[in-house]
Design a protein around this ligand. Structure first.
Ligand code: ADP
Ligand code: MG
Length: 367
């Protein structure tokens, strides 16, 4: 990171009695970044946000905001605000009053309050809605009021804890787009929490994958999806085929001669493997290439198998097939005009290979 981080967690652990909620978390968040904590329920996401906002103190470790240690500063002295899932708007107050509330509590001059509320409502595209009551707004508009209220004090960081989990899919997608757009406009660092990988990928500059109180992998959505560092990450962020392999010999340029499900293949990996080592070869459904036996004379290497089932998904068709050794695979075929006349039917004999270099090779433990 070239500029100093706006937020930093250094060796942060958190115990609740005998529960180790967080274990040695080290994380740097860049200024202006949209960072998402992604992981299954109970992995410690909310606990991290509560430690950042000051509602919870770490058992060990330190937190820095803009270079200053804030580990034991109270929430009101941190330039960090939180948007909650429920929005927590005051139902009996207008949009304007909801947004002005914090500045009035601070007894800011009236002229300043009017000017800042007008400015922030304009920024969240609610300039015309100041007189409305929360119940007269759509879910998305209420969310924007909650954000306006949270950013009017110019926080350095905005924390959002699963803010869309109560919304239906369509509104959720729309809000993802709006929040992302808003974050780009206002340039404030967002730390977002979700257990939904699609949501994390759609919104974030970087994603932090967590499990059981630890950080498993940090990277851009593309890195996390295409280069998962463990089977846990690969499975958590999408469908994955796992093939068994044996390393036969290392070759120059990060390639290995190997047997995968008994068929000789060349594997590409930046990792080091020993001759004779057992490995897992991970392939996304869209990495696989499938040919009807009569369709193309394929160059080896490939597997032979039989189509079990096809599942129509709109843009793609999932093809479930069984290799001759019994292994089941899932492939996604995009509709392709050139291939429009090719349909796969249960029982069809096929050969299967993958786009060279798209495999992820992990050790026998899937790490
Ligand atoms: N106040 C608390 N007291 C006891 N245990 C807690 C408390 N808050 C969280 N935990 C536990 O810490 C772990 C992490 O919780 P949390 O951060 O809420 O996970 P997430 O937000 O990822 O679902 C869970 O095992 C949870 O039960
Ligand atoms: Mg939570």
């Amino acid at each position: 990171m070239t500029t100093p981080p706006i937020l930093e967690l250094r060796g942060v652990s958190k115990n609740f009695g005998n529960t180790l909620a967080l274990h040695n978390i080290n994380l740097e968040i860049a200024n202006g970044e949209f960072l998402t904590l992604l992981g299954p329920s109970g992995c410690g996401k909310t606990t991290i946000l509560r430690i950042l906002s000051g509602f919870e103190a770490p058992t060990r470790g330190a937190v820095f905001l803009n270079g200053q240690e804030i580990t034991s500063s109270p929430p009101e002295l941190r330039q960090v605000n939180t948007v909650f899932q429920s929005y927590a708007l005051f139902p009996h107050m207008s949009v304007w009053d909801n947004v002005a509330f914090g500045l009035r509590m601070q007894k800011r001059p009236k002229v300043e309050i009017n000017q800042r509320v007008a400015e922030i409502l304009r920024r969240v595209h609610l300039a015309e809605y100041g007189d409305r009551m929360p119940r007269q707004l759509s879910g998305g508009q209420q969310q924007r009021v909650a954000i306006a209220r949270a950013i009017i004090n110019n926080p350095l960081v905005l924390l959002l804890d699963e803010p869309f989990s109560a919304l239906d899919l369509k509104l959720r997608k729309q809000m993802q787009f709006e929040i992302k757009h808003l974050q780009r406009q206002i340039g404030i660092t967002f730390v977002f929490v979700t257990h939904d990988q699609e949501e994390a990928f759609a919104m974030s500059d970087r994603v932090v994958v967590m499990n059981e109180g630890t950080v498993i992998q940090v990277g851009s959505p593309q890195e996390i999806y295409e280069e998962p560092e463990s089977l846990f990450v690969a499975r958590f962020v999408g469908e994955i085929n796992v093939l068994e392999g044996d390393i036969r010999a290392a070759r120059p340029g990060g390639t290995y001669q190997a047997e995968v499900e008994g068929v000789p293949f060349i594997l590409h990996s930046r990792r080091e493997f020993a001759e004779g080592e057992t490995v897992k070869v991970l392939l996304r459904p869209e990495d696989l290439k499938v040919y009807l036996e009569q369709e193309k004379a394929q160059q080896p290497p490939f597997f032979l198998g039989t189509i079990n089932e096809t599942v129509y998904k709109g843009a793609t068709v999932d093809i479930l097939r069984t290799l001759d050794n019994g292994k089941k695979l899932q492939a996604a075929e995009f509709f392709n005009e050139d291939d429009a006349d090719i349909t796969y039917r249960p029982g069809d004999r096929v050969s299967v290979t993958w786009v060279e270099g798209w495999e992820v090779v992990l050790n026998a433990e899937g790490e």
